[in-house]
Design a protein around this ligand. Structure first.
Ligand code: FEO
Length: 161
């Protein structure tokens, strides 16, 4: 594997762990304001991010590649309401999608077909993640933070998880 691809994959592991950290912090925020459905949703997202990191880790091991460890940043937690949280989550997912695309582009330039094939799963997954957050964000926006409808959404999410 080319050094650049190894470097980007290791960096991606760090981004995925950071995503888990960020979503866990968002889950904490929702727990603290007693929105348990949203808290569960975010906790599940955090769990998925850990699985993403593990997937890349396993791929590097499979390719007998070096795994490097980097500092995981602390997320900012100064959200003011549910919409604020969802806005940040969706922006974050868009950033992650762009990182996956950058990785894919590099793998393509280097003719690393195995990595391109591996990344296909992530390209698909990012579409789903962005959509999941976007729907929730749109619903919150539509309800304009009316507490009764937000509470109803919270109950619905609580049932779904
Ligand atoms: Fe693993 Fe939500 O990106």
């Amino acid at each position: 594997m080319e050094n650049k691809i190894n470097e980007l994959l290791n960096q991606q592991i760090n981004f995925e762990f950071y995503s888990a950290y960020l979503y866990l912090a968002m889950s904490t925020y929702f727990s603290e304001i007693n929105m348990d459905g949203f808290a569960k949703f975010m906790k599940n997202q955090a769990k998925e991010e850990l699985e993403h990191a593990q997937k890349i880790y396993d791929y590097l091991l499979l390719r007998n590649e070096k795994i490097t460890y980097q500092r995981i940043e602390a997320p900012d937690t100064d959200w003011v309401n549910a919409q604020d949280v969802l806005d940040e989550a969706i922006e974050h997912e868009k950033m992650i999608s762009s990182k996956i695309h950058e990785l894919y582009k590099t793998a393509k330039e280097k003719d690393d077909f195995a990595t391109m094939n591996f990344l296909n799963w992530f390209v698909e997954e990012q579409l789903e993640e962005e959509e999941k957050f976007r729907i929730l964000q749109e619903k919150i926006k539509a309800f304009d933070e009316c507490s009764c409808t937000l509470e109803a959404m919270d109950r619905e999410l609580n049932k779904d998880q």
